[in-house]
Design a protein around this ligand. Structure first.
Ligand SMILES: [Zn+2]
Length: 115
């Protein structure tokens, strides 16, 4: 069975914990007239998360954002974090950091000092 194409004709996602939280948040706002910070306290979420429940109830905007910034690692092709400007996967990034620490000799330190 082929894997479903990315995005397009994918079936509706199952009801997630977020979907339930959106319903509860709406209920609290409509029936108890709670503010977003109050709802956040009730749900144990941050106010910005709860604000997202109202501005982006089905998570579509967040999904678009993730798709937009989904990149492949320049070195190994693995998916990177979904943030703008991220070019290496976590694993390759760690290797880079480790390598630069390993080659950080006294020479480089003194070169840096001349800047
Ligand atoms: Zn990589």
């Amino acid at each position: 069975m082929p894997l479903p194409a990315d995005g397009e004709s994918a079936p509706a996602p199952p009801v997630t914990e977020r979907d339930r939280a959106v319903l509860i948040a709406r209920h609290l706002r409509n029936t108890e007239r709670l503010t977003i910070p109050e709802i956040a306290t009730r749900l144990g979420r941050s106010p910005s998360t709860v604000a997202g429940y109202f501005s982006d109830p089905n998570g579509e905007r967040a999904r678009r954002y993730k798709t937009k910034y989904r990149n492949s690692c320049e070195r190994c092709g693995a998916p990177t974090a979904t943030k703008p400007g991220v070019r290496l996967c976590r694993s390759c990034w760690r290797q880079t950091v480790t390598a630069s620490e390993a080659t950080c000799s006294d020479d480089q330190v003194s070169n840096r000092g001349t800047n």
